[in-house]
Write a protein that binds this ligand. Structure first.
Ligand SMILES: Nc1ncnc2c1ncn2[C@@H]1O[C@H](COP(=O)(O)OP(=O)(O)OP(=O)(O)O)[C@@H](O)[C@H]1O
Length: 252
């Protein structure tokens, strides 16, 4: 079953000169899949993710998430849809600095008036899974970058979203913290069955996924699947990236 179905998606930025950032993209994400989107700088990765996350509006085409078309909802319905169906993880964590770690994590449930008992149960489950149970009373400035990203991930999955969307989730982390975060994504994907779609520049980070989809000049160019060896998969990703080209600093 597909949790995400995209048909003929195009995004044209209108300006003095119109720019086609996405051109007729067709893409499906199966329930429980873990997929990375890669491509040279400016190829349309963030635009693609932003259209799915409803931050941006498609110019043409259809996006269906869990059988619903978010871009056809009114503002109130859309706000509820985003809170219930989607989880977001960003490069810069986006935690609320005036709240404690615990308050940050339960924020999506508070907004939906979930009963306190259910809130506690879910809080315990995700914080144990992510190894952050001891941080709950801390403020955001008292935790490290790696811990902050774990808190952001906990907040993104506490409401059991249909899809977890991540835009460069390891972009602000050192290599050890990045590896830890990718191991956690793998655990979340395998234990909770959460479907994950992630944009990354980093081939090592992408090698934790089961499928990597490459975008070039706003079009889906190719995709590769992970076989038995993650090391071989990493090499295949690197080969594809060097084939696609882009700036020297585009990829790690
Ligand atoms: N609001 C906008 N108005 C006009 N053009 C835009 C706008 N946002 C993005 N673009 C253009 O659309 C193209 C795709 O941008 P996008 O940010 O999706 O690329 P990306 O692959 O995520 O790049 P990067 O890896 O550098 O973040 C780029 O050429 C960019 O300049």
């Amino acid at each position: 079953m597909n949790v995400l179905e995209i048909k003929d998606l195009s995004k044209i930025y209108i300006g003095k000169i119109n720019f086609t950032a996405l051109n007729n993209i067709n893409f499906n994400l199966e329930q429980g899949e873990f997929v990375a989107i890669m491509g040279p700088s400016g190829s349309g990765k963030s635009t693609f993710l932003n259209c799915i996350s409803t931050i941006d509006t498609p110019t043409k085409g259809e996006i269906n998430i869990n059988g619903k078309a978010p871009h056809k909802l009114n503002d109130d319905e859309l706000a509820k849809f985003r809170r219930q169906e989607l989880g977001f993880v960003f490069q810069d964590f986006n935690l609320v600095n005036t709240l404690t770690v615990e308050e940050n994590i339960i924020l999506p449930l508070t907004l939906d008036s979930v009963p306190e008992k259910t809130m506690k149960e879910r809080l315990n489950k995700v914080t144990e899974l992510l190894g952050i149970s001891k941080l709950l009373k801390k403020r955001t400035f008292e935790i490290s970058g790696g811990q902050a990203q774990r808190v952001a991930i906990a907040r993104a999955i506490i409401h059991n979203p249909s899809i977890l969307l991540a835009d460069e989730p390891t972009g602000n982390l050192d290599s050890k913290a990045a590896k830890d975060v990718m191991k956690l994504f793998t655990t979340i994907n395998q234990t909770l069955g959460t479907s994950i779609l992630m944009v990354t520049h980093d081939a090592y980070v992408a090698s934790f996924c089961k499928r990597v989809v490459f975008i070039k000049d706003g079009e889906l160019y190719n995709e590769i699947h992970c076989g038995d060896s993650r090391v071989v998969f990493y090499k295949e990703i690197m080969d594809m990236l060097s084939f696609l080209g882009g700036g020297v600093d585009d990829f790690k």
